[in-house]
Every structure is written in C-alpha cells, then in structure tokens.
Design a protein around this ligand. Structure first.
Ligand SMILES: NC(=O)c1ccc[n+]([C@@H]2O[C@H](COP(=O)([O-])OP(=O)(O)OC[C@H]3O[C@@H](n4cnc5c(N)ncnc54)[C@H](OP(=O)(O)O)[C@@H]3O)[C@@H](O)[C@H]2O)c1
Length: 247
C-alpha cells in the first residue's frame, strides 16, 4: 500500500460499482477515507464500503440521486459530519441516455443535464466550502466529447463536453486556493454500462489503438495520480484514458 493519501477524505459519486467503485477502493488503498454515493443498489455500495473498511480505512455509503440537487448537497454535508473533512471530490455518477434525435425527449435532456452537468457543479460548489489547500476536484467525462463515432450520442456527448469548460473555469478560479480541477475522459471501460461483450464491443475495439477495453482500475489509476501530491501542478487538464480511441 502507498500512503500518498493518508489523512485525506474523498467523496466519489456513483461509487457502488463500475468505475466509481474502482476509484473508491483505489483511493482507499492510497490511504484515504472514502464516502461514496449510489442511486439504488445499496447492496453493491455496501460491498465496496466493506472492502474499504477491511483494508483499514473509514468508509460510508450514501444514497443520493445526483439528479436531486438537495441530495447532492446533503451528501457533501454528511461527509463533513461523518468523516470530518473533504479533500477529494470525484464526480463520477453519469446518465447514459442514448437515441436518435427525434426520439429523445425533453425529460431525457433534463435528466442528462441534471446528472452529468448540474450535479458536478453543485457538488463542487458544496465541496469547496470545506476543501482545504491541496484539494482535488476530478470530473469523469467521456471521450465521446472528442469523437462521435456512433449515432445516438447527442445528449450524452453534449453533457460530457460541458465538463471540459467547467473543469477549465474552475481550475482557473480555484488555483489561488491550491485546489486543482481536472477531467478524466474514459474510453470504453468494461462495466455494466458498457460491457466488453456488448453488441458494439468489437467495433469499439476496432477504433481503439490498444485494441481492447479498459478495466475500471485503469481509469482509477489516472484519478489516483491526479489526486495524489504528485498531481499538484496539473489543473484544468483533460486526461484521456481511452487506449487511443481519440487519436
Ligand atoms: N463504462 C464506460 O465505457 C464509460 C466510458 C466513458 C465514460 N464513462 C463514465 O464513467 C462514469 C461511470 O460509468 P460506469 O461505466 O462505471 O457506470 P455503471 O457501471 O453504470 O455504474 C454507475 C454507478 O453510478 C451510480 N449512479 C448512476 N446514476 C446515478 C445517479 N443519478 N445518482 C447517483 N448515482 C448514480 C450507480 O448507482 P446504482 O448502483 O445505485 O445504480 C453506480 O454506482 C459515468 O459518468 C460514465 O458516463 C463510462
């Protein structure tokens, strides 16, 4: 175990499974205490919490739908109440609503923007009230912000592209507090959202320079580096963890 994050507290939204779970356990392995949110699968979130506690760190699972601004703010408040501080915010929970333009509804639009854009903004706003110097905000976007290979991604790509602007502007704004803000854009990552044996998986692999999907731990490794003291001079950046899909 590396102790780079000893004494730090992290909040990972959507940390019950997939990329968020890998990030939560990796940050804990580096020494952080970790809170994670989930939408409905308490059992999965509890499993991640148990794993982190077994490794000797504090952990808490919080039910908080990212589309509910009050729940997002309450989650940040609970982290402060239960874990005492907040150093690292990872905005990972995402809505993945796909479809042809004519079939997407305004409800789909509102839900996508609420979860993928408004929640990271609101969580950052709540978190920086407590975040000390050395703090980290890490947004999880998508490489679809850079390369639109498949039809049906208009809402998703639009919302993930907004995170590029949010990341740069907050990086500028929070720099004088020594808080860094960065964006990690995964490519195809083997989770329940995008399984490596799914219907488009072979096509995706064909577009990927490295020829295979990422594991969630590959994305978590980039997040852990940005969260660590070694990442202190990187801010406003977009890091593609996509096996070369966008090159
Ligand atoms: N997998 C990929 O290929 C890929 C590629 C690029 C970007 N990404 C991005 O990476 C992030 C994580 O994706 P993933 O593949 O790990 O997804 P996933 O396997 O579907 O896991 C999603 C996690 O987020 C939680 N969640 C979903 N909607 C939520 C909401 N409204 N409020 C709170 N929590 C919510 C889920 O909670 P429950 O368990 O309670 O449902 C679960 O813990 C997303 O932002 C996604 O857009 C993924």
């Amino acid at each position: 175990m590396n102790n780079a994050l000893d004494g730090k507290v992290a909040l990972v939204t959507g940390g019950g499974r997939g990329i968020g779970a890998a990030v939560a356990t990796r940050l804990a392995r580096e020494g952080a205490d970790v809170a994670l949110t989930y939408q409905q699968n308490q059992h999965r979130a509890d499993e991640v919490v148990d794993q982190i506690k077994a490794a000797g760190r504090r952990a808490v699972a919080i039910q908080a739908d990212s589309s509910d601004t009050a729940a997002v703010v309450a989650a940040v408040d609970r982290v402060i109440g239960e874990l005492g501080r907040l150093d690292i915010l990872v905005n990972n929970a995402g809505a993945f609503l796909l479809g042809p333009l004519e079939q997407l509804t305004l409800e789909d639009f509102e839900q996508t923007v609420a979860v993928n854009v408004r929640a990271p903004f609101v969580a950052a706003q709540a978190a920086v009230r407590h975040m000390p110097a050395g703090g980290r905000i890490i947004n999880i976007g998508s490489n679809t912000a850079e390369r639109a290979v498949f039809p049906g991604f208009s809402l998703y790509a639009m919302s993930k592209t907004a995170l590029i602007g949010l990341t740069k502007a907050l990086g500028r704004e929070l720099g004088d507090r020594a808080i860094t803000v960065n964006l990690v854009n995964p490519g195809a990552t083997d989770t329940e959202l995008n399984p490596a044996d799914g219907p488009n998986a072979d096509t995706i692999r064909g577009f990927t320079a490295l020829g295979h999907y990422a594991e969630p731990t590959d994305v978590a490794a980039a997040v852990a580096f940005l969260a660590s003291p070694d990442g202190r001079y990187i801010t406003g950046a977009t890091v593609n963890v996509d096996g070369g899909f966008t090159i």
